[in-house]
Design a protein around this ligand. Structure first.
Ligand code: NDP
Length: 454
């Protein structure tokens, strides 16, 4: 049996070892999930709703334990980890209302009656990355279960602990065995088997664009349903008429949240050139005062990166001689620390400006007018997130419509909200998660004509 040692990213010390599921186990668990499906889809909607509420209550009562696991195993600051555990509860509660609202339509036809049904697709394979192990798990798990699907979830190899605990909480809360299964293991072993297994009818994947592209090709062979949440290189666009103080004060949280390991990170700040000097003067204290340190401390705003390898990857975007305008602090000694870093001015072909860094590195670039701001924002293969700062309502709406991105905020650094649709344009993904329609993505629409004529 292969084991994986989970390291504490803040100390580099082992937290625990986890037995990795084999390819055979991934195949067997997919088959068990398929066996559990007919009974789960047959549960009366009100009963399925109650079971999801019980699951949410179990998560709520274990929220401190879950937060502690995320601090130790992923290096998330305790405040963020508590919020993330609360998000699992809230997402389960939000979608617990869905089973009783999965109503079809009645369509007028001649000679009879036509009705539609939302039929669950079957087994869903849910492949989760390491950056937000709890929220991303819940965004796929909760609407899929609500729609009447069973779920086999594969957490990232590096961060399996909270998903495993949530899997056991599902059983403690009364979900029947096989309805929600968590399989820790390697992507190339467990994840790939979920993609390949013919009884897994839909894949929900969040992670790198490269792996997403290969999963999409594999799903195509079976015409398997697929949702992809991939990378981003989002812009934070600041016009001269904006509240510059607020824009500068919140810019660090739009990019350094989760140490920048966030697909929605607004890692390109675009500032109208007439106010760029003033903006930089305001941004510097906002960046240098970000509290980076012990994730267990309630005062900590930013923790370490996930691993030594990932830190080396992030550091490669800031080689010797890089145009560092200013940077914040990071602890010395053990731990995969990297300080918040602001690069300016950057060349248009600088990889820190063109590629997803997935770390606490942000570039600042000037623009002259609205048209140039939109052109720069769209000059990327990605289109996931973005923010627009202006006091001109018309401009806010024009720019929001023109930026090719799935999730935008105006005069706010707000990012994902589970009650609104989330997903990307271009190479940032395919399909939408979250929001009121998410359970529909786990169903097929069936139409039935019923003749009424004798
Ligand atoms: P990956 O895309 O490699 O991993 C994401 C998930 O997919 C993990 O659970 C992984 O398992 C699994 N996986 C990997 N290969 C396969 C496969 N062949 N079949 C099925 N599942 C697979 O992302 P990384 O963790 O390697 O991160 C690399 C980069 O991707 C980051 O630096 C960042 O740029 C981007 N990224 C974007 C995320 C987002 O939220 N949009 C999230 C994570 C990463 P395992 O952990 O075992 O490899």
């Amino acid at each position: 049996m292969t084991e994986f040692t989970v390291l504490n990213p803040a100390t580099e010390e082992p937290v625990t070892t986890v037995a990795q599921a084999s390819a055979a186990r991934a195949m067997a668990s997919s088959a068990c999930s398929a066996e559990a499906w007919p009974a789960w889809r047959a549960v009366a909607p009100g009963d399925r709703a109650r079971m999801l509420r019980d699951f949410a209550a179990a998560v709520d009562s274990a929220s401190e334990e879950l937060a502690g696991l995320e601090v130790a195993g992923s290096g998330h600051p305790i405040g963020a980890a508590r919020w993330e555990a609360g998000q699992v509860r809230d997402v389960l509660l939000y979608y617990s209302a869905a089973p009783e609202r999965l109503s079809g339509r009645q369509i007028p036809v001649s000679g009879g009656l036509n009705v539609t049904f939302h039929e669950p697709v079957g087994v869903v394979g849910l492949i989760v990355p390491w950056n937000f192990p709890m929220p991303i798990l819940s965004w796929g798990m909760a609407p899929a279960l609500a729609a009447g699907c069973t779920v086999v979830a594969k957490p990232a190899e590096a961060t399996p602990l909270t998903a495993m605990r949530i899997g056991s909480l599902a059983l403690e809360a009364g979900l029947p065995p096989g309805v929600f299964t968590v399989l820790p293991g390697k992507g190339s072993v467990v994840g790939q088997r979920l993609v390949d297994h013919p009884l897994v009818r839909k894949i929900v994947f969040t992670g790198s664009t490269e792996v997403g592209r290969s999963i999409m090709a594999d799903c195509a062979r079976q015409v398997k349903r697929l949702t992809l949440e991939l990378g981003g290189k989002s812009a934070n666009i600041i016009f001269a008429d904006a509240d510059l103080e607020r824009a500068a004060a919140t810019a660090p949280y739009a990019v350094f949240d989760n140490a920048g390991q966030d697909c929605c990170a607004r890692s390109r700040i675009l500032v109208q050139s007439s106010v760029i000097d003033r903006f930089m003067a305001l941004l510097e204290p906002a960046v240098t005062t970000v509290t980076v340190g012990d994730p267990a401390s309630a005062a900590t705003e930013m923790g370490p990166l996930i691993s030594a390898a990932h830190r080396a990857h992030v550091a490669s975007f800031v080689p010797d001689g890089a145009p560092v305008a200013f940077r914040g602090h990071a602890p010395a000694g053990p731990g995969f620390w990297y300080p918040p870093t602001v690069l300016a001015p950057v060349r248009p072909d600088d990889p820190a400006y063109t590629e997803e860094v997935f770390g606490p590195v942000v570039t600042v670039t000037p623009f002259e007018d609205e048209a140039e701001a939109v052109a720069i924002a769209n000059d990327t293969p990605y289109g996931l997130s973005g923010s627009i700062w202006t006091s001109n309502v018309g401009r806010a709406i024009r720019v929001a419509r023109a930026v090719e991105s799935g999730n935008l905020s105006v005069n706010s650094h707000s990012s994902v909200r589970y009650w609104t649709p989330f997903g990307g344009f271009k190479q940032s993904g395919l399909g939408r998660e979250l929001g009121p329609d998410a359970p529909d993505a786990f169903t097929e629409t069936k139409n039935v004509f019923i003749a009424t004529e004798e």
